[in-house]
Design a protein around this ligand. Structure first.
Ligand SMILES: *[C@@H]1O[C@H](CO)[C@@H](O)[C@H](O)[C@H]1NC(C)=O
Ligand SMILES: *[C@@H]1O[C@H](CO)[C@@H](O)[C@H](O)[C@H]1NC(C)=O
Ligand SMILES: *[C@@H]1O[C@H](CO)[C@@H](O)[C@H](O)[C@H]1NC(C)=O
Ligand SMILES: *[C@@H]1O[C@H](CO)[C@@H](O)[C@H](O)[C@H]1NC(C)=O
Ligand SMILES: *[C@@H]1O[C@H](CO)[C@@H](O)[C@H](O)[C@H]1NC(C)=O
Ligand SMILES: *[C@@H]1O[C@H](CO)[C@@H](O)[C@H](O)[C@H]1NC(C)=O
Ligand SMILES: *[C@@H]1O[C@H](CO)[C@@H](O)[C@H](O)[C@H]1NC(C)=O
Ligand SMILES: *[C@@H]1O[C@H](CO)[C@@H](O)[C@H](O)[C@H]1NC(C)=O
Ligand SMILES: *[C@@H]1O[C@H](CO)[C@@H](O)[C@H](O)[C@H]1NC(C)=O
Ligand SMILES: CC(=O)N[C@H]1CO[C@H](CO)[C@@H](O)[C@@H]1O
Length: 386
């Protein structure tokens, strides 16, 4: 199944291939995103236009207008700053497109979704700019070694959520002041392309039974900024360090987690300080175990001098949370932040340098994304063409 720029597929065959799921209409995403006199030119029919002078001035009102069924729906969002929280609960495919004439250039994105919130006594989930989860319970972080106890019968949410050329910002305060999420996912499949995520703490939460793929994007944070229980694959993207705190990754595995391949995989990208005014030298950790069944792998990334020689760290000295179930890995990273001596000699051996055989267990999204039943190959929702 290929979701490219243009679908040269006979609709009848597509219907057959997708069974009872509605087909994605044939269209050119790039033409739809390009600014034209009629902004919807080139878009699938029924595309919902969002903009200050449109019928839908907010993304959430446009999302609320969508039918609660399995049809594929597209929103085209006109340039602007949208100050709102967006929740996507529907099961059918949803694509959010930011209008742009430079679809391959994140720096030219014209749409920002902005929310300012920090978790107080409530759950982190309430702070997210964008939530993709079937209901509140499925999005909650919760507490304790296994987090919020989602009911066994929890239904799955969106099977194919995509966002292209959108910026998500949660700038409650310009430093870590508690969890401030840009994205929270749970029981859903979601893909992000040429998107920017900016916050300081807990920037991205990939919750239980969530599979998230991020490509050609930028993620800014300071403390534990990639965290969760599900599976996150980040490729060809930049992680921007806006300071150090905790680690870049903080994963919480469960027993289910360990039998599966839940975790966070950061591949073919870079981890660098956010700007040259920051003096961060050999200080920031790649991750720390939120529970002892943390799994993360940084593979083939450029690391600048911000990164700690030891790579990963324990949760804390009083509570290390490192056992033989902890998997804090790295494969062929390079740059001034990759210090093999430091990796071997410091950090009490928490770091695992993968050989090619071990990396081969994880080296493709096909090997790590599972269906809720544990079967591999839950990747139909990924746009490989970006
Ligand atoms: C979106 O983010 C990129 C990268 O951070 C930035 O260059 C661009 O100006 C942002 N656009 C908007 C509308 O915020
Ligand atoms: C989105 O979900 C969060 C968490 O459940 C909630 O606090 C917020 O009010 C919801 N926002 C909208 C627009 O529904
Ligand atoms: C959410 O979880 C709470 C606490 O476990 C439970 O009482 C409630 O029924 C759940 N709600 C839904 C919609 O599943
Ligand atoms: C992703 O990055 C890798 C390593 O820099 C590069 O070889 C590859 O071509 C990139 N992929 C895409 C689709 O840009
Ligand atoms: C550099 O990044 C830090 C952390 O996000 C920010 O506070 C500061 O304003 C930035 N400086 C410049 C010159 O962009
Ligand atoms: C972890 O160590 C325990 C004993 O401390 C052992 O029983 C168990 O088999 C080990 N598990 C793995 C995956 O190595
Ligand atoms: C690499 O790590 C070792 C051991 O911690 C340290 O002595 C050395 O200064 C580090 N080298 C660089 C270039 O950071
Ligand atoms: C995923 O969902 C299935 C079915 O609801 C459940 O049995 C399983 O425990 C869930 N996995 C996680 C990590 O929550
Ligand atoms: C698991 O779920 C997927 C998707 O619904 C399905 O294709 C696959 O056959 C299921 N596997 C098992 C072992 O039930
Ligand atoms: C085998 C194993 O890892 N068991 C663990 C499952 O999770 C519970 C709760 O975190 C632990 O107490 C078990 O040791």
């Amino acid at each position: 199944m290929k979701f490219g720029r243009v679908f040269l597929v006979v609709p009848g065959l597509l219907v057959a291939a997708l069974g009872d799921q509605s087909p994605w209409e044939e269209y050119s995403r790039v033409e739809c995103q390009a600014p034209t006199t009629d902004p919807l030119e080139g878009c699938p029919s029924e595309t919902v236009l969002v903009g200050s002078d449109s019928k839908y001035a907010t993304i959430k009102s446009a999302i609320s207008s969508l039918p609660h069924d399995t049809s594929s729906q597209t929103l085209l969002i006109l340039p602007g700053t949208y100050k709102e929280q967006v929740n996507v609960t529907r099961a059918g495919p949803v694509t959010l497109l930011g209008q742009t004439n430079a679809h391959n250039d994140l720096g030219s994105n014209t749409v920002e979704v902005l929310w300012r919130a920090v978790a107080g006594t409530g759950d982190n989930a309430f702070t997210a700019v964008l939530t993709v989860a079937p209901d509140l319970n499925a999005s909650l972080t919760g507490a304790g070694p296994t987090g919020f106890a989602v009911a066994e019968e929890q239904p799955f949410g969106n099977t194919n959520f995509r966002a292209y050329n959108l910026n998500f910002t949660n700038d409650f305060l310009p430093y870590s002041a508690g969890p401030s999420l840009t994205l929270s996912t749970g029981y859903a499949n979601s893909g992000f392309y040429h998107c920017s995520f900016s916050s300081y703490q807990d920037t991205i939460h990939v919750g239980k039974n969530a599979s998230t793929y991020i490509s050609h994007s930028s993620i800014g944070g300071q403390t534990d900024f990639l965290y969760g229980f599900g599976t996150l694959w980040i490729t060809n993207s930049t992680l921007l360090l806006r300071g150090c705190g905790g680690g870049v990754t903080a994963w919480k595995g469960t027993n289910t987690t360990f039998e599966n391949e839940y975790g966070v995989y950061i591949v073919d990208g870079s981890v660098v300080k956010a700007n040259d005014s920051l003096s961060i030298n050999h200080e920031c950790a790649l991750g720390r175990p939120w529970n002892s069944q943390h799994r993360s792998v940084f593979a083939r990334n450029y690391l600048d001098e911000s990164i700690l020689p030891a790579g990963y760290v324990e949760w804390s000295s009083s509570e290390p949370r490192v056992t033989n179930l902890t998997f804090m890995g790295e494969y062929e990273d390079f740059g001034p932040g990759f210090n093999l001596t430091g990796r071997m000699n410091e950090g009490d051996g928490v770091m695992i340098e993968l050989d090619s055989e071990l990396w081969a267990q994880y080296d493709s999204p096909l090997k790590v994304f599972h269906f809720p039943n544990g079967s591999f190959g839950n990747t139909d929702w990924i746009d490989w063409s970006v």
